[in-house]
Ligand binder design. Structure first.
Ligand code: NDP
Ligand code: HSE
Length: 437
């Protein structure tokens, strides 16, 4: 009978510090939940001098990655350095050494998840990645276990804390984009490269992980249509308010006629919907299952302790398995590896949506008729229109909301309209979720 489970952390930054804090602070509670102690054996980082605000036993810290990967007292290796090359090497070497792995690295999983899961299955070790999506929200466990009896009809998620923080501050406090981004970086929410956050790439990484689990199909995150929040202006936020809507960066996955729609883009939502009310660094994921209906998971999507909480939940799950002498009870990719099937990812031009279109045009007679004419020629029906003020000969915004239309038709119409001499800036397009009224 084992007397303890040994854990090694690689990467002692924002999340690594949170994990170590929880393992030390809640050691007794965790022992009572697992049955034996979870012991923090080694922590590797490039910098072992910086004060991280934790009292650690002498000799716990090392700059030598191998010291963690080869230590026979370590059963679980936690990869928290981020990035691709070294992180992948750490994970693959840990698996090869027969160690279980926990990671928060969604970027790596989105690109190399298949290879990592295959290697773990072959070696007979577990891989936990609860922290990779939604920070402290247990969404991975919800999909792989709690909702496992459902066909997943759709997933709508605010799955990037940094962009939600930025959009919230722009909406409610009128703060500028750059200033808010710096706050998010100081708070430890942003990725090492914050373009991953604001360009939607981090959300696409996470959506790739969720689609993989929900539908049992390998998905290349590069095939996920991805648009970030850098083009969103205070003008669009103000128009959204006028329409009773809020703009959020959403990851959306839907099962439509046996195919999958997977996309990340700014989305206008009715301000009364639960997801629209999610502010600051909070994330929310709304899952619709054929049996359960709507489930909304809500919580802190980033930060040291919330993300650490998710990592520690994986350590506890694996610790319990080790104690019971079991492995692979829950397959990493939610479906048994040999039961995963390719499903067609629908190209963006084939989707249908409602649209918000903001034209910047010269204010003169006949302009609106030409815009409406072009939309009509492409089969796009207008549901409402706003033009405020009158500035004969000057440029003005003209805002149109459409009924449900095909993305391909909307893009064709915009190409034509943007070519007209009365258009002074490329047209702003934001997809709208809600009832087609
Ligand atoms: P940090 O940059 O805060 O921490 C990473 C740490 O790893 C740093 O201390 C870094 O040292 C160290 N490191 C880098 N390369 C090596 C190496 N070769 N050997 C040893 N140590 C190394 O990142 P986070 O903690 O924020 O993120 C870690 C992972 O968690 C990432 O995959 C991220 O995407 C994910 N994540 C982060 C969340 C968050 O809220 N921050 C939330 C959910 C997931 P140095 O600083 O000297 O480079
Ligand atoms: N940079 C990410 C975010 C961290 O802002 O949501 C959590 O994955």
């Amino acid at each position: 009978m084992r007397s303890r489970i040994g854990v090694g952390i690689v990467g002692f930054g924002t999340v690594g510090t949170g994990v170590a804090t929880i393992l030390l602070r809640n050691a007794v509670l965790i022992r009572r939940r697992v049955g034996i102690p979870i012991e923090l054996v080694r922590i590797a980082d490039l910098d072992i001098v910086r004060d991280r605000g934790l009292a650690l036993s002498p000799g716990l810290l090392t700059t030598d990655l191998k010291a963690v990967l080869t230590d026979p007292d370590i059963d679980i290796v936690i990869e928290l350095i981020g990035g691709y090359d070294t992180a992948k090497r750490v994970i693959m070497e840990a698996i090869a050494a027969g160690k279980h792995v926990v990671t928060a690295n969604k970027a790596l999983l989105a690109l190399h998840g298949e290879e990592i899961f295959d290697a773990a299955t072959r070696k007979g070790v577990d891989v936990g990645f609860e922290a990779s999506v939604g920070g402290g929200i247990p969404v991975i466990r919800a999909l792989t276990e709690g909702l496992a009896g459902n066909t997943i009809e759709s997933i709508y998620g605010i799955i990037n804390g940094t962009s939600n923080y930025i959009l919230s501050k722009m909406t409610h406090e009128g703060q500028g984009f750059q200033e808010v981004l710096q706050d998010a970086q100081h708070a430890g929410y942003a990725e090492a490269d914050p373009t991953f956050d604001v360009a939607g790439i981090d959300s696409a990484h996470k959506l790739a992980v969720l689609v993989n689990l929900a539908y049992g199909t390998p998905v290349n995150f590069k095939d996920i249509y991805t648009e970030g929040i850098t083009g969103i202006t205070p003008t669009d936020i103000a128009y959204a308010k006028q329409f009773g809507c809020t703009i959020k960066l959403l990851g959306i996955a839907k099962l439509v006629d046996g195919e999958i729609e997977a996309r990340v883009h700014p989305t206008m939502l009715p301000s009364t919907s639960p997801i629209a009310q999610v502010e600051d660094v909070y994330n929310a994921i709304q899952v619709v299952g054929d049996a359960v209906g709507d489930v909304v998971l809500y919580g802190r999507g980033a930060g040291s302790l919330p993300t650490g909480s998710a990592v520690v939940s994986d350590v506890i799950a694996i610790g319990r398995n080790v104690l019971k002498g079991t492995v692979g009870r829950v397959p990493a990719a939610s479906f048994q590896q040999d039961q995963r099937r390719p499903i067609r990812l629908r190209p963006m031009e084939e989707i249908s949506s409602l649209y918000y279109l903001r034209f910047t045009v010269v204010d003169r007679p006949g302009v609106l008729a030409q815009i409406a004419g072009e939309l009509g020629r492409c089969g796009i029906s207008i549901s409402s229109m706003v033009q405020e003020g009158r500035c004969e000969g000057q440029t003005v915004p003209v805002v149109i909301k459409t009924h449900s239309a095909k993305e391909r038709d909307v893009q064709t119409a915009l190409r034509e309209i943007n070519r007209k001499p009365f258009v002074s800036e490329p047209t702003m397009l934001i997809r709208v979720e809600g009832k087609d009224e």
